[in-house]
Design a protein around this ligand. Sequence first.
Ligand SMILES: Nc1ncnc2c1ncn2[C@@H]1O[C@H](COP(=O)(O)OP(=O)(O)OP(=O)(O)O)[C@@H](O)[C@H]1O
Ligand SMILES: [Mg+2]
Length: 521
Amino acid sequence: MTYEIEMIGIRKEFPGVVANDNIDFAVRKGEIHALVGENGAGKSTLMNVLFGLYQPDAGTIKIRGEEVKFNNNLDSIAKGIGMVHQSFKLVPSFTVAENITLGHEPSKLGFVDKDAVRENVIKISKRFGLKVDPDSRIRDMPVGIQQRVEILKALYLLSDILILDEPTGVLTPQETDELFEVVRSLVATGITVIFITHKFREVMAISDRVTVLRDGKWIGTKDTKDTNPKELARMMVGREVLLRIDKTEANPKEQVLTVENLKVLDNRLQEAVRDVSLSVKAGEILGIAGVEGNGQRELVEGIIGLRTAVAGDIRINGKSITKMSVRQRRDYGISCVPEDRYVRGVALRASLEDNLIIENYDKAPISKGQVLNLKKIAQHASRLISEFDIRTPSSKVIASTLSGGNLQKVVLAREIDARPKLLIVAQPTRGLDVGSIEFVHRRILEARDRGAAVLLVSAELEEVMSLSDRIAVLYEGNIVGTVKGGEATEEELGLMMAGITDEGEDQRDSHSVEQQVSQEV
Ligand SMILES: Nc1ncnc2c1ncn2[C@@H]1O[C@H](COP(=O)(O)OP(=O)(O)OP(=O)(O)O)[C@@H](O)[C@H]1O
Ligand SMILES: [Mg+2]
């Protein structure tokens, strides 16, 4: 039998790591093949080799039985391969249509034919049932829609083989379902799909076969119907993994965070947080549940000071911080793992060591006066690398060489290690593998038990339910209900997240969303 894709004996080494170690990987025509493995297992590297972005140090690639050698991604595109990358590579200031056709624009008399660009994009958008507005700019769109644009960009070149590197990492469950519909319809037209994910339910729901990598090595390939999440977790991690954590009772103490009648605007100057009051005590986790885009991001940014509160008050241990700068608030004991950590969480071109001291570089023992203590910096990094199991060949490498999940652990390590009074974690386990999720959940609980007030924002209902002592549901910028952690069912929370509360009252209020605030903030 000829495979659509055959990768044989692939080896790829980076300074200090063998990212792919003699991997055999074969994909049948028209199947959905899931590729799973821990953070840093070598999934993205293997796919970058297949896409021609990396040259393997050893091994061969066959497409439809024919041996190929890709010197760059134009070679692989010519063979019908398209790839949607883990971190988006769209141009924020360009429109959807410009992004999709970038580098392959139709031209007329030597100029880009703008009408043809739009028409082509509308055509493929219709053909694949992926709705996008060709004229919107990427920077104004929610990530779920950006993901669609990424996929259309790959499909624009009429790919026969589509590589999706963690396409659901940033999607809501609804968006994920929509994506699955698209993927199924693509496969029905004969396209072959390779799908990288950390979520077992996605593997089980959509794939025909699944391949597991660990530490750069091939561990096994299974028919999805013959395996289960437990077995996959064991193959990935090499040990039994608790798929759910056991949480002890909280022991709440004094009130740390008080938010009163907070109002915060979004980038378009609309009220994203309308009138939110909440409180978090030392030693307790307050979970914020809600469909993404209901003000979560602005609430977090309002509390940490990245956005100005247009009304209301924020207090830490009774002292108002509403007028303080970001830095002052941090010094006052707030740590935050932001949701968009590639942008706000790390300095990609700085070393791991530097990234880990961003918060305390000006304090002893890291520095004395104006002088940095390089030895202490190295020790600090080594300790966090080992405590948080960050997989990297050294603490001196630049952050961008780390795998997606490991980069995230860098931010978590730095923020949790700061021992804040208030720890804010937004989407803390997005993009993490099962073993790391278990680990991060335990660290968040430890921070709570050490006396931190924890504000957890997560789009994963399961995560909110398993970690929170209390859950507040955010809907269109307001908290529509608060429940005790152990007491709410998924259905109840789901209803509240849709704006339907106990009284059967629909909280929607379309007028105030439209309210434009003309003043610059
Ligand atoms: N450009 C690079 N330079 C140096 N090292 C790299 C580079 N790309 C990847 N690596 C290393 O290769 C290993 C495998 O990384 P890869 O990105 O393939 O992992 P992954 O399985 O995709 O992980 P994740 O689930 O976190 O995305 C990691 O140890 C990573 O640090
Ligand atoms: Mg990856």
